[in-house]
Design a protein around this ligand. Structure first.
Ligand SMILES: C[S@@+](CC[C@H](N)C(=O)[O-])C[C@H]1O[C@@H](n2cnc3c(N)ncnc32)[C@H](O)[C@@H]1O
Length: 451
C-alpha cells in the first residue's frame, strides 16, 4: 500500500399472506439424512493467496424432494434503498428463482429451510420477514380484525414474548401508536381465545416481533424471522468514524461488480467494513454464521435442521483467500478498530493488510490491477481548502499509480467527480441511512485525466 510498507518487505496476504402461497410452486427442501456426515467448522479464515482452490458450489435453495409437501411462505426482505436489484440478483444466485424487487427490498417465496437459509446467507438484506396477512383496512377496528383473523398460533403463543412495530406511508390513520395497540390487541385476543393466555410484551428482547405496515387503503402484517437487523453480523465492536452498515458495504461491492478474485483496496477504510465484508464473501463465509436469529425461538423450529444447514454452509468455506485485500486510513485508531473487527470476524491477521497511511501515498500491492471501493470522508467534515487539496492530490495519486484499476466511491457529494476531474461511467443512487448518495464508478487510465 504505502511505499514504506512495501519496501519494508511486508507483503499483504493475500410488502404480500404466511400462508400457503396458492399460486407459487412449493419449494422442495433438501433435508439432511440423519446418517449423512457433517463437516466440521473451521475456526479462523486465512488470507494468503491460494493456488486456485477448487471452487465449491455456491449454495442454492434446497431442492431435494421429500415426501410431504413443504409449507411455502411469502417473504419480504428489506434492504438499504438502492440495493433492491442487487438483492434480487443475490437471492436468485442463492436459488430463490421467483425473487423480484419491491419498495426498498425484495419479494420471494420460501419454505422454513429457505427462510433460515436467506437469514444465514444474504449479505444484502436487512431482515427476512414472512408476510402473514394483508387486507383492506379503513379504520383501527378493521386493523384489529385483520390481526385477530391471522393464524399467529402457527408461529408463536402465550409462552413467547411479543413486540409490535407499526410504520405507515400515506396512511389516513390518525395515530400510529393506537394502530400499534390495535394490532397487539388483535394478536393477544386471538391467542387468549385459542390457548387461554396471551403473550407478554417485551420491547427489548422479544421472542416474536411483528411489523405492521399501513398504506392509503391497506395493512400488511409481517412476522420478523431475523430478530436483530442482519447487518449486525456479530463482529463489530469498535465504531470508527461513520462506519458503513455491513449490508450496505456488501451491496456496494456487489454494485461495483468486484469479481472477488482480483485485488481490492479501500484507501479510506475506517473500521474496515468494506474489506471485512469482501474477505467474508471471498472466503464464502455465511454472514449470519455467528449470530442468533428470531426464528430459533418460534414454534415449529427444528434445531437439528438449523444446525445441519449451518454445517453445510461451513463446509463450503474456502481455506484461503484467492486475492489480496488492503486498507489504509490516516487515523491510527481507525486501523486498530479495523484490525480488531477483522479478528472478531474470524479472519487471520494476513487476510486483510491494514495500514496507517494517507490515501495520497497509497499504491497497488503488485502489478495486478484491481478495484478500489471506498467511502471517503464527506465534504462537510473537511474545510473547503482542505477538501479541494485532498481531492486534487488524491486524483494525482490515482492517475500515477492506479492505471487499469476501477474506482468506486460512495459519497453524498454530487460534485465529487468534478473535484477529481474524472468522468464516472456509472452513478448509482443509493442511501447510506437517510443520506442520499451516489456510488460513482470510474475506469482509471494511467497518466491521464478523462475530461
Ligand atoms: C467515512 S469514513 C470511512 C468509514 C468506513 N467505510 C467504515 O465503515 O468504517 C472516512 C475515513 O477516511 C479517513 N480519512 C480522512 N482523510 C484521510 C486521508 N487523507 N487518507 C486516508 N484516510 C483518511 C478518516 O479517518 C475516516 O476513517
Amino acid at each position: 500500500m504505502a511505499r514504506a510498507a512495501l519496501e519494508g518487505g511486508k507483503q499483504p496476504a493475500a410488502a404480500d399472506e404466511p400462508r400457503q402461497a396458492p399460486d407459487a410452486p412449493p419449494r422442495k427442501p433438501r433435508p439432511r439424512r440423519d446418517d449423512e456426515p457433517v463437516a466440521r467448522p473451521r475456526e479462523r479464515h486465512a488470507g494468503r493467496p491460494a493456488p486456485a482452490p477448487a471452487p465449491a458450489a455456491e449454495p442454492r435453495a434446497e431442492r431435494r424432494p421429500r415426501g410431504a409437501q413443504a409449507e411455502v411462505f411469502a417473504m419480504f426482505a428489506p434492504c438499504p434503498q438502492g440495493l433492491e436489484h442487487a438483492l434480487v440478483d443475490e437471492l436468485h444466485a442463492l436459488g430463490y428463482d421467483d425473487a423480484h424487487p419491491g419498495r426498498a427490498g425484495a419479494h420471494f417465496t420460501a419454505d422454513w429451510n429457505g427462510m433460515m437459509r436467506a437469514n444465514l446467507e444474504s449479505r444484502l438484506a436487512t431482515r427476512v420477514l414472512v408476510r402473514v396477512a394483508h387486507g383492506t383496512v379503513r379504520d383501527e377496528d378493521e386493523l384489529l380484525e385483520l390481526a385477530r383473523a391471522t393464524p399467529w398460533e402457527r408461529w408463536f403463543g402465550a409462552e413467547q414474548t411479543l413486540r409490535v412495530d407499526t410504520s405507515a406511508v400515506r396512511s389516513p390513520m390518525k395515530s400510529l401508536q393506537f394502530c400499534n395497540l390495535r394490532v397487539k390487541d388483535g394478536i393477544c385476543d386471538r391467542l387468549r381465545e385459542l390457548e387461554g393466555e396471551r403473550p407478554n410484551i417485551d420491547t427489548v428482547r422479544p421472542d416474536a416481533r411483528v411489523h405492521a405496515f399501513l398504506d392509503e387503503t391497506s395493512a400488511t402484517l409481517y412476522l420478523d424471522t431475523s430478530g436483530e437487523s442482519l447487518f449486525k453480523r456479530g463482529w463489530r465492536l469498535d465504531k470508527g468514524e461513520a462506519p458503513l452498515r455491513e449490508n450496505l458495504a456488501a451491496g456496494l461491492l456487489a454494485l461495483s461488480g468486484w469479481p472477488a478474485d482480483v485485488p481490492l483496496i479501500d484507501p479510506f477504510c475506517g473500521s474496515g467494513t468494506i474489506l471485512i465484508e469482501a474477505a467474508l464473501k471471498g472466503l464464502r463465509v455465511p454472514p449470519g454464521i455467528s449470530r442468533p436469529f428470531a426464528f430459533e425461538r418460534l414454534r415449529g423450529h427444528q434445531d437439528r435442521r438449523w444446525r445441519d444447514l449451518k454445517d453445510d454452509a461451513r463446509a463450503r468455506i474456502l481455506p484461503e483467500l484467492p486475492m489480496q485485500l488492503a486498507g489504509a486510513d490516516i487515523d491510527p485508531r481507525a486501523i486498530d478498530a479495523a484490525r480488531d473487527n477483522a479478528h472478531r470476524a474470524g479472519l487471520t491477521e494476513d487476510a486483510v493488510y491494514f495500514e496507517v497511511a494517507d490515501a495520497r501515498d497509497t499504491c497497488p500491492l503488485d502489478e495486478r490491477a484491481g478495484w478500489l471501493v471506498t467511502n471517503p470522508p464527506y465534504g462537510e467534515r473537511l474545510d473547503l481548502e482542505e477538501d479541494r487539496q485532498l481531492w486534487t492530490e488524491w486524483a494525482s495519486t490515482l492517475k500515477r499509480e492506479f492505471g487499469g484499476w476501477q474506482l468506486h466511491v460512495i459519497t453524498s457529494d454530487m460534485e465529487f467527480p468534478r473535484k477529481l476531474r474524472l468522468d464516472p461511467f456509472r452513478r448509482t443512487p443509493v442511501y447510506n441511512g437517510a443520506l442520499a448518495c451516489r456510488l460513482f464508478g470510474f475506469q482509471l487510465v494511467k497518466g491521464s485525466f478523462r475530461r
